[in-house]
Design a protein around this ligand. Structure first.
Ligand code: MN
Length: 286
């Protein structure tokens, strides 16, 4: 059975630190896609040689997982746990902020010194209430550990970051049932892929154009939200391009989201701001 399209959202353009980003979640038509809270697509953005060292300065997070999928260029993460990690295209930084972490993020020194182009997605995934105050952690997922799955006679490649799909399992460890895959497609293919086996299924198109289920033309900066049932998705690739396929199980818990924190109640948000101000989430000198 085909999994029908429920909604296709347009992105709002905004900026975060040195990046211009397309925000497809939240938007007025879709406040969240439980357990997914926010989807920012940055770039492709050119950093010229000699551009001042623009990074996103140290800031805290609590109660959710900020995950960065790099499509072009390279980025550097530093955090209050002492992690410092650099990843390139096709790689992922998966932060479990839990009870609190302070980090900085942005272009690598190489990009800052020699110039270059960066394109990435940052996705905020909610943590279940019982895991919001878990010990913070950081996972770096490298190419060698990421299974590649080909579909549509080789016209679609999916790099499986988390969860199970098509008899493969991604390397990320998660706190709720999730699936995430970075995809690249070439023009002129038509066929079907199996839907991820979760209630919430999303497909974000970064660039290029595809037709979904024979009727919906989806272009860059659009997020496709599928209905909760169905095991097959039909895809026709109208150009080459790239996408992010996401799936998960809704947590169905209250969401209190403000600035860099995502809790279940306003009282918990107040505690988060107080704990950060009191240094309880650690510190990081940039
Ligand atoms: Mn951050």
């Amino acid at each position: 059975m085909i999994r029908p399209v429920r909604l296709i959202t347009n992105s709002l353009m905004t900026s975060v630190g040195p990046f211009t980003v397309a925000q497809s979640l939240p938007v007025p038509a879709l406040h969240n896609a439980d357990p997914f809270l926010l989807l920012h697509h940055a770039g492709p953005q050119k950093f010229e040689v000699g551009t001042p060292a623009h990074r996103i300065e140290p800031h805290p997070h609590r109660g959710f997982e900020p995950v960065t999928f790099v499509y072009r260029g390279s980025v550097l993460h530093r955090d209050s746990l002492g992690n410092e990690g650099q990843i390139g295209a096709g790689e992922v930084q998966w932060i479990t902020s839990g009870s609190g972490i302070v980090h900085s993020e942005g272009p690598t020194p190489e990009v800052q010194e020699s110039g270059g182009e960066i394109e990435l997605i940052q996705l905020w995934i909610n943590l279940p209430a019982a895991k919001k105050m878990t010990t913070p952690s950081y996972q770096e997922l490298h190419k060698a550990d990421i299974p590649r799955i080909t579909k549509l006679d080789g016209a679609l490649t999916l790099e499986l970051i988390a969860g199970s799909y098509s008899n493969e399992t991604g390397p990320a460890s998660t706190h709720s049932p999730l699936m995430a895959a970075m995809g690249h497609f070439t023009e002129g293919a038509i066929g079907s892929i199996e839907s991820p086996a979760h209630e919430q299924v999303l497909m974000y198109v970064l660039n290029g154009s595809i037709r979904v289920n024979g009727e919906n033309v989806v272009e860059g900066h659009r997020l496709v939200v599928f209905e909760s049932e169905g095991d097959t998705i039909n895809i026709e690739t109208l150009t080459s391009g790239s996408l992010l396929l996401l799936a998960g199980e809704p947590l169905r818990e209250p969401i209190a989201m403000h600035g860099p924190f995502v809790m279940n109640t306003d009282d918990e948000l107040r505690v988060a701001f107080r704990d950060y101000a009191g240094g309880k989430m650690g510190t990081l000198a940039e």
